[in-house]
Ligand binder design. Sequence first.
Ligand SMILES: Nc1nc2c(c(=O)[nH]1)N[C@H]1C(S)=C(S)[C@@H](COP(=O)(O)O)O[C@H]1N2
Ligand SMILES: [Mo]
Length: 400
Amino acid sequence: MVRATDNRLSRILHKPLPAPPESLRRGPLRRRAFTSRLRSPWLTARLGLFLGIAFGTCFVTGLLSHAIQHPPHWFWWPAHPAGLYRATQGIHVATGLAAIPLLTAKLWSVYPKLFVWPPARDVLQALERGSVAALGAGALFQLVTGVLNITYWYSAMPFAFITSHFWGAWLAIGALLVHIAVKLPIIRGTFTGRQRPDRPGPGLSRRGLLAVVGATAGLVTLATVGQTVRAVSRLSVLAPRVPDIGPQGFPVNTTASMAAVTESATDPGYRLVVSGAGKRVELSLADLAAMAQYTVRLPISCVEGWSASADWTGVRVRDLLQLVGASDTAAAVQSLQQGGAYSSSILDIPHAMDPSTLIALRVKGELLDIDHGYPCRLIAPNRPGVMQTKWVASLSVIAS
Ligand SMILES: Nc1nc2c(c(=O)[nH]1)N[C@H]1C(S)=C(S)[C@@H](COP(=O)(O)O)O[C@H]1N2
Ligand SMILES: [Mo]
Protein backbone atom coordinates (compact mmCIF):
# COMPACT_ATOMS: atom_id res chain seq x y z
CA MET A 1 0.00 0.00 0.00
CA VAL A 2 2.74 2.38 1.08
CA ARG A 3 4.78 1.28 -1.91
CA ALA A 4 1.92 1.99 -4.29
CA THR A 5 1.53 5.51 -2.88
CA ASP A 6 5.30 5.93 -3.07
CA ASN A 7 5.31 4.97 -6.71
CA ARG A 8 2.44 7.29 -7.51
CA LEU A 9 4.20 10.17 -5.71
CA SER A 10 7.43 9.41 -7.48
CA ARG A 11 5.64 9.36 -10.85
CA ILE A 12 4.13 12.76 -10.12
CA LEU A 13 7.44 14.22 -8.95
CA HIS A 14 9.34 12.97 -11.97
CA LYS A 15 6.64 13.84 -14.49
CA PRO A 16 8.43 15.69 -17.28
CA LEU A 17 7.26 19.24 -17.84
CA PRO A 18 6.60 20.53 -21.36
CA ALA A 19 9.62 22.22 -22.93
CA PRO A 20 9.14 25.97 -23.36
CA PRO A 21 9.49 27.41 -26.90
CA GLU A 22 13.08 27.94 -28.10
CA SER A 23 12.16 31.48 -29.15
CA LEU A 24 12.34 32.48 -25.46
CA ARG A 25 16.05 31.61 -25.29
CA ARG A 26 17.38 35.13 -25.43
CA GLY A 27 19.60 37.39 -23.35
CA PRO A 28 20.67 35.59 -20.19
CA LEU A 29 18.69 32.54 -21.27
CA ARG A 30 20.86 31.89 -24.31
CA ARG A 31 23.52 29.18 -24.31
CA ARG A 32 26.76 30.09 -22.53
CA ALA A 33 25.55 33.52 -21.42
CA PHE A 34 27.67 33.28 -18.23
CA THR A 35 31.34 32.67 -18.65
CA SER A 36 33.06 33.46 -15.35
CA ARG A 37 35.42 30.62 -14.41
CA LEU A 38 35.14 31.60 -10.78
CA ARG A 39 31.69 30.13 -10.37
CA SER A 40 31.77 26.53 -9.24
CA PRO A 41 30.17 24.21 -6.72
CA TRP A 42 33.45 24.46 -4.76
CA LEU A 43 33.05 28.21 -4.28
CA THR A 44 29.28 28.07 -3.78
CA ALA A 45 29.57 25.37 -1.11
CA ARG A 46 32.17 27.33 0.85
CA LEU A 47 30.22 30.56 0.69
CA GLY A 48 27.19 28.52 1.70
CA LEU A 49 28.99 27.10 4.71
CA PHE A 50 29.94 30.55 6.05
CA LEU A 51 26.51 31.89 5.24
CA GLY A 52 24.90 28.91 6.95
CA ILE A 53 26.94 29.57 10.11
CA ALA A 54 26.05 33.28 10.04
CA PHE A 55 22.35 32.63 9.43
CA GLY A 56 22.17 29.82 11.99
CA THR A 57 23.74 32.01 14.68
CA CYS A 58 21.57 34.95 13.71
CA PHE A 59 18.46 32.74 13.82
CA VAL A 60 19.15 31.32 17.29
CA THR A 61 20.07 34.67 18.85
CA GLY A 62 17.06 36.28 17.15
CA LEU A 63 14.66 33.65 18.52
CA LEU A 64 16.15 34.20 21.96
CA SER A 65 15.62 37.95 21.74
CA HIS A 66 12.05 37.38 20.59
CA ALA A 67 11.36 34.94 23.44
CA ILE A 68 12.70 37.40 26.03
CA GLN A 69 10.42 40.16 24.72
CA HIS A 70 7.38 37.95 24.07
CA PRO A 71 7.89 35.12 26.56
CA PRO A 72 5.96 31.90 25.99
CA HIS A 73 4.72 30.40 29.28
CA TRP A 74 7.53 27.80 29.42
CA PHE A 75 10.27 30.36 28.88
CA TRP A 76 12.55 31.45 31.68
CA TRP A 77 15.32 34.02 31.34
CA PRO A 78 17.75 34.71 34.19
CA ALA A 79 18.89 38.12 35.47
CA HIS A 80 22.53 37.00 35.36
CA PRO A 81 25.05 37.17 33.82
CA ALA A 82 24.01 40.81 33.56
CA GLY A 83 25.61 41.36 30.14
CA LEU A 84 24.45 38.15 28.44
CA TYR A 85 21.74 39.79 26.34
CA ARG A 86 24.18 42.48 25.32
CA ALA A 87 26.39 39.71 23.89
CA THR A 88 23.66 37.64 22.23
CA GLN A 89 22.01 40.66 20.62
CA GLY A 90 25.37 42.11 19.56
CA ILE A 91 26.06 38.76 17.89
CA HIS A 92 22.60 38.74 16.28
CA VAL A 93 23.12 42.09 14.58
CA ALA A 94 26.80 41.45 13.77
CA THR A 95 26.13 38.07 12.11
CA GLY A 96 23.23 39.59 10.16
CA LEU A 97 25.46 42.39 8.89
CA ALA A 98 28.33 40.01 8.06
CA ALA A 99 25.83 37.90 6.08
CA ILE A 100 25.26 40.78 3.64
CA PRO A 101 28.54 40.40 1.68
CA LEU A 102 28.34 36.61 2.05
CA LEU A 103 24.82 36.49 0.61
CA THR A 104 25.75 38.92 -2.16
CA ALA A 105 28.65 36.69 -3.21
CA LYS A 106 26.57 33.54 -2.89
CA LEU A 107 23.78 34.96 -5.04
CA TRP A 108 26.37 36.08 -7.58
CA SER A 109 27.84 32.59 -7.64
CA VAL A 110 24.50 30.94 -8.41
CA TYR A 111 22.37 33.49 -10.17
CA PRO A 112 23.07 32.11 -13.69
CA LYS A 113 20.96 29.18 -12.49
CA LEU A 114 17.98 31.50 -12.64
CA PHE A 115 18.33 31.21 -16.39
CA VAL A 116 18.98 27.49 -16.87
CA TRP A 117 17.20 25.90 -19.76
CA PRO A 118 14.65 24.42 -19.49
CA PRO A 119 13.57 26.19 -16.25
CA ALA A 120 12.51 22.84 -14.78
CA ARG A 121 12.73 19.34 -16.20
CA ASP A 122 10.22 17.74 -13.90
CA VAL A 123 7.89 18.48 -11.01
CA LEU A 124 10.49 17.58 -8.37
CA GLN A 125 12.99 20.00 -9.82
CA ALA A 126 10.30 22.70 -10.04
CA LEU A 127 9.55 22.20 -6.32
CA GLU A 128 13.23 22.26 -5.43
CA ARG A 129 13.75 25.46 -7.39
CA GLY A 130 10.71 26.91 -5.69
CA SER A 131 12.31 26.22 -2.30
CA VAL A 132 15.51 27.95 -3.43
CA ALA A 133 13.43 30.95 -4.51
CA ALA A 134 11.81 30.98 -1.04
CA LEU A 135 15.27 30.79 0.56
CA GLY A 136 16.66 33.63 -1.53
CA ALA A 137 13.61 35.81 -0.94
CA GLY A 138 13.49 34.97 2.79
CA ALA A 139 17.21 35.63 3.29
CA LEU A 140 17.08 38.94 1.41
CA PHE A 141 13.94 39.98 3.28
CA GLN A 142 15.57 39.29 6.66
CA LEU A 143 18.72 41.24 5.86
CA VAL A 144 16.88 44.17 4.32
CA THR A 145 14.30 44.51 7.12
CA GLY A 146 17.05 44.06 9.74
CA VAL A 147 19.08 46.89 8.23
CA LEU A 148 16.01 49.12 7.85
CA ASN A 149 15.24 48.53 11.53
CA ILE A 150 18.71 49.34 12.85
CA THR A 151 18.87 52.46 10.68
CA TYR A 152 15.41 53.61 11.86
CA TRP A 153 14.15 53.66 8.29
CA TYR A 154 10.65 52.66 9.27
CA SER A 155 8.97 54.57 6.45
CA ALA A 156 10.47 52.00 4.07
CA MET A 157 8.66 49.23 5.97
CA PRO A 158 4.91 49.70 5.62
CA PHE A 159 4.33 46.52 7.68
CA ALA A 160 4.94 45.37 11.26
CA PHE A 161 8.68 44.81 11.58
CA ILE A 162 8.65 42.39 14.51
CA THR A 163 5.99 40.06 13.11
CA SER A 164 7.42 39.97 9.61
CA HIS A 165 11.06 39.62 10.72
CA PHE A 166 10.02 36.78 13.05
CA TRP A 167 8.07 34.81 10.42
CA GLY A 168 10.61 35.65 7.73
CA ALA A 169 13.22 33.94 9.91
CA TRP A 170 11.22 30.71 10.04
CA LEU A 171 10.64 30.80 6.29
CA ALA A 172 14.33 31.38 5.58
CA ILE A 173 15.58 28.75 8.00
CA GLY A 174 13.02 26.15 6.82
CA ALA A 175 13.97 26.74 3.19
CA LEU A 176 17.66 26.64 4.18
CA LEU A 177 17.27 23.19 5.76
CA VAL A 178 15.47 21.87 2.64
CA HIS A 179 18.20 23.40 0.47
CA ILE A 180 21.01 21.79 2.49
CA ALA A 181 19.26 18.41 2.39
CA VAL A 182 18.79 18.60 -1.39
CA LYS A 183 22.35 19.76 -2.08
CA LEU A 184 24.08 17.53 0.45
CA PRO A 185 25.62 15.16 -2.14
CA ILE A 186 27.13 18.10 -4.05
CA ILE A 187 28.26 19.83 -0.86
CA ARG A 188 29.91 16.63 0.36
CA GLY A 189 31.67 16.17 -2.95
CA THR A 190 33.21 19.63 -2.75
CA PHE A 191 34.53 19.04 0.76
CA THR A 192 35.87 15.52 0.25
CA GLY A 193 38.31 16.62 -2.41
CA ARG A 194 36.58 15.25 -5.47
CA GLN A 195 36.14 18.86 -6.57
CA ARG A 196 39.27 20.94 -7.07
CA PRO A 197 39.11 24.60 -6.02
CA ASP A 198 40.80 25.89 -9.13
CA ARG A 199 41.60 25.06 -12.64
CA PRO A 200 44.79 26.85 -13.67
CA GLY A 201 44.04 30.08 -15.50
CA PRO A 202 44.70 33.81 -15.42
CA GLY A 203 43.07 36.31 -13.05
CA LEU A 204 41.53 35.98 -9.62
CA SER A 205 41.35 32.44 -8.29
CA ARG A 206 38.38 30.94 -6.48
CA ARG A 207 40.40 30.85 -3.27
CA GLY A 208 41.26 34.49 -3.89
CA LEU A 209 37.63 35.43 -4.36
CA LEU A 210 36.66 33.56 -1.20
CA ALA A 211 39.36 35.48 0.70
CA VAL A 212 38.05 38.81 -0.65
CA VAL A 213 34.49 37.97 0.43
CA GLY A 214 35.73 36.85 3.85
CA ALA A 215 37.73 40.05 4.26
CA THR A 216 34.67 42.14 3.28
CA ALA A 217 32.56 40.36 5.88
CA GLY A 218 35.31 41.03 8.44
CA LEU A 219 35.46 44.69 7.47
CA VAL A 220 31.68 45.11 7.76
CA THR A 221 31.87 43.56 11.22
CA LEU A 222 34.73 45.81 12.29
CA ALA A 223 32.96 48.90 10.95
CA THR A 224 29.74 48.20 12.86
CA VAL A 225 30.47 46.09 15.94
CA GLY A 226 31.91 49.14 17.70
CA GLN A 227 28.32 50.11 18.46
CA THR A 228 28.47 47.51 21.19
CA VAL A 229 32.19 46.70 21.63
CA ARG A 230 33.60 49.93 22.98
CA ALA A 231 37.23 49.08 22.29
CA VAL A 232 36.63 49.39 18.53
CA SER A 233 33.99 52.13 18.66
CA ARG A 234 36.29 54.56 16.83
CA LEU A 235 36.33 52.24 13.83
CA SER A 236 32.55 52.18 13.65
CA VAL A 237 32.14 54.26 10.52
CA LEU A 238 29.14 52.23 9.36
CA ALA A 239 27.37 51.79 12.71
CA PRO A 240 24.09 53.69 13.01
CA ARG A 241 24.85 54.41 16.70
CA VAL A 242 28.04 55.14 18.59
CA PRO A 243 27.98 54.14 22.27
CA ASP A 244 29.31 57.42 23.62
CA ILE A 245 27.34 60.00 21.62
CA GLY A 246 24.25 61.49 23.23
CA PRO A 247 23.25 63.34 26.39
CA GLN A 248 25.31 62.15 29.38
CA GLY A 249 27.57 60.30 26.96
CA PHE A 250 25.29 57.59 25.55
CA PRO A 251 22.63 57.31 22.83
CA VAL A 252 18.95 58.11 23.18
CA ASN A 253 16.36 55.93 21.56
CA THR A 254 13.05 57.80 21.99
CA THR A 255 13.31 61.42 23.15
CA ALA A 256 10.96 62.95 25.69
CA SER A 257 9.36 65.10 23.03
CA MET A 258 8.83 62.12 20.73
CA ALA A 259 7.15 60.34 23.64
CA ALA A 260 5.17 63.51 24.48
CA VAL A 261 6.15 63.37 28.16
CA THR A 262 8.06 66.64 28.57
CA GLU A 263 5.30 68.24 30.60
CA SER A 264 4.35 65.26 32.79
CA ALA A 265 8.00 64.35 33.42
CA THR A 266 8.88 67.82 34.69
CA ASP A 267 5.66 68.35 36.68
CA PRO A 268 6.61 69.21 40.31
CA GLY A 269 3.54 67.20 41.36
CA TYR A 270 5.11 64.01 39.96
CA ARG A 271 4.50 60.90 42.09
CA LEU A 272 5.66 57.34 41.50
CA VAL A 273 2.70 55.07 42.19
CA VAL A 274 3.43 51.62 43.62
CA SER A 275 0.46 49.30 43.96
CA GLY A 276 -0.43 45.71 44.70
CA ALA A 277 -2.53 43.47 46.93
CA GLY A 278 -5.00 46.24 47.71
CA LYS A 279 -2.27 48.64 48.80
CA ARG A 280 -1.04 51.74 47.07
CA VAL A 281 1.67 54.27 47.87
CA GLU A 282 2.60 57.49 46.10
CA LEU A 283 6.19 58.62 46.29
CA SER A 284 7.51 62.08 45.48
CA LEU A 285 11.05 62.54 44.23
CA ALA A 286 12.03 63.56 47.78
CA ASP A 287 10.47 60.34 49.14
CA LEU A 288 12.44 58.32 46.59
CA ALA A 289 15.67 60.16 47.41
CA ALA A 290 15.11 59.42 51.11
CA MET A 291 15.05 55.66 50.50
CA ALA A 292 18.22 53.52 50.47
CA GLN A 293 20.15 54.32 47.27
CA TYR A 294 22.18 51.78 45.32
CA THR A 295 24.57 52.16 42.41
CA VAL A 296 24.89 49.48 39.73
CA ARG A 297 26.88 49.36 36.51
CA LEU A 298 24.56 48.02 33.82
CA PRO A 299 24.26 48.35 30.05
CA ILE A 300 21.38 49.53 27.90
CA SER A 301 21.43 46.79 25.25
CA CYS A 302 19.23 47.85 22.40
CA VAL A 303 17.72 45.20 20.14
CA GLU A 304 19.21 47.22 17.31
CA GLY A 305 22.65 46.02 18.31
CA TRP A 306 24.12 49.04 20.10
CA SER A 307 24.81 49.03 23.80
CA ALA A 308 26.25 51.38 26.39
CA SER A 309 27.16 50.79 30.01
CA ALA A 310 26.73 53.33 32.79
CA ASP A 311 26.61 53.63 36.57
CA TRP A 312 22.98 54.01 37.60
CA THR A 313 21.85 55.14 41.05
CA GLY A 314 18.39 54.78 42.52
CA VAL A 315 16.09 52.63 44.62
CA ARG A 316 15.68 48.89 44.36
CA VAL A 317 12.49 47.69 42.71
CA ARG A 318 12.23 44.98 45.35
CA ASP A 319 12.35 47.62 48.13
CA LEU A 320 9.54 49.52 46.39
CA LEU A 321 7.44 46.37 46.06
CA GLN A 322 8.11 45.66 49.72
CA LEU A 323 6.37 48.97 50.55
CA VAL A 324 3.08 47.39 49.42
CA GLY A 325 3.89 44.15 51.20
CA ALA A 326 4.93 42.21 48.09
CA SER A 327 7.89 39.88 47.86
CA ASP A 328 8.82 37.12 45.44
CA THR A 329 6.61 38.70 42.81
CA ALA A 330 6.61 39.82 39.21
CA ALA A 331 5.70 43.43 38.40
CA ALA A 332 4.50 45.68 35.61
CA VAL A 333 6.20 48.99 34.88
CA GLN A 334 4.19 51.75 33.22
CA SER A 335 5.60 54.92 31.70
CA LEU A 336 4.19 58.43 31.74
CA GLN A 337 4.21 57.93 27.98
CA GLN A 338 0.74 57.10 26.70
CA GLY A 339 0.48 54.28 24.21
CA GLY A 340 3.36 53.10 22.05
CA ALA A 341 4.86 49.64 22.19
CA TYR A 342 7.60 50.54 24.71
CA SER A 343 5.58 52.51 27.23
CA SER A 344 5.32 49.56 29.59
CA SER A 345 7.24 46.42 30.41
CA ILE A 346 7.00 43.33 32.57
CA LEU A 347 9.56 42.38 35.20
CA ASP A 348 9.44 38.62 35.76
CA ILE A 349 10.35 37.33 39.23
CA PRO A 350 14.12 36.92 38.68
CA HIS A 351 14.37 40.48 37.36
CA ALA A 352 11.91 42.13 39.77
CA MET A 353 13.62 40.61 42.81
CA ASP A 354 17.19 41.11 41.65
CA PRO A 355 19.13 43.48 43.95
CA SER A 356 20.56 45.29 40.92
CA THR A 357 17.16 46.08 39.37
CA LEU A 358 16.58 49.76 40.09
CA ILE A 359 14.23 52.59 39.52
CA ALA A 360 17.15 54.85 38.65
CA LEU A 361 17.10 58.55 39.55
CA ARG A 362 20.66 59.25 38.47
CA VAL A 363 23.19 58.16 35.89
CA LYS A 364 26.94 58.78 36.16
CA GLY A 365 26.21 60.74 39.35
CA GLU A 366 23.85 63.25 37.68
CA LEU A 367 20.07 63.48 37.61
CA LEU A 368 18.82 61.68 34.52
CA ASP A 369 18.63 63.76 31.38
CA ILE A 370 14.97 64.06 30.38
CA ASP A 371 15.72 62.03 27.23
CA HIS A 372 17.15 59.23 29.37
CA GLY A 373 13.98 59.04 31.45
CA TYR A 374 13.86 61.84 34.06
CA PRO A 375 12.44 61.77 36.70
CA CYS A 376 13.18 58.03 36.90
CA ARG A 377 13.60 54.98 34.73
CA LEU A 378 13.87 51.26 35.04
CA ILE A 379 17.28 49.64 34.75
CA ALA A 380 17.62 45.87 35.14
CA PRO A 381 20.33 43.32 34.33
CA ASN A 382 20.34 41.05 31.26
CA ARG A 383 17.42 42.64 29.49
CA PRO A 384 16.71 44.22 26.09
CA GLY A 385 16.79 48.02 25.96
CA VAL A 386 13.15 48.11 24.87
CA MET A 387 12.26 46.74 28.31
CA GLN A 388 14.20 49.42 30.24
CA THR A 389 11.16 51.69 30.55
CA LYS A 390 11.83 55.44 30.80
CA TRP A 391 9.74 58.11 32.59
CA VAL A 392 8.27 55.55 34.99
CA ALA A 393 4.80 56.45 36.29
CA SER A 394 3.89 53.31 38.18
CA LEU A 395 5.00 49.94 39.39
CA SER A 396 2.36 47.31 40.07
CA VAL A 397 2.48 43.83 41.47
CA ILE A 398 1.39 41.12 39.05
CA ALA A 399 -0.70 38.58 40.93
CA SER A 400 0.61 35.11 40.16
N1 LIG B 1 8.79 54.94 27.83
C1 LIG B 1 9.73 54.49 26.97
N2 LIG B 1 10.80 53.85 27.45
C2 LIG B 1 11.76 53.38 26.62
C3 LIG B 1 11.65 53.55 25.22
C4 LIG B 1 10.51 54.23 24.73
O1 LIG B 1 10.33 54.43 23.51
N3 LIG B 1 9.57 54.71 25.63
N4 LIG B 1 12.63 53.05 24.38
C5 LIG B 1 13.38 51.90 24.89
C6 LIG B 1 14.51 51.51 24.05
S1 LIG B 1 14.13 50.78 22.58
C7 LIG B 1 15.80 51.62 24.48
S2 LIG B 1 17.06 50.97 23.57
C8 LIG B 1 16.14 52.33 25.71
C9 LIG B 1 17.16 53.39 25.40
O2 LIG B 1 17.41 54.15 26.53
P1 LIG B 1 18.13 55.55 26.35
O3 LIG B 1 17.34 56.31 25.34
O4 LIG B 1 18.18 56.17 27.68
O5 LIG B 1 19.51 55.21 25.82
O6 LIG B 1 15.00 52.90 26.32
C10 LIG B 1 13.86 52.11 26.32
N5 LIG B 1 12.85 52.74 27.14
MO1 LIG C 1 16.04 49.85 21.78
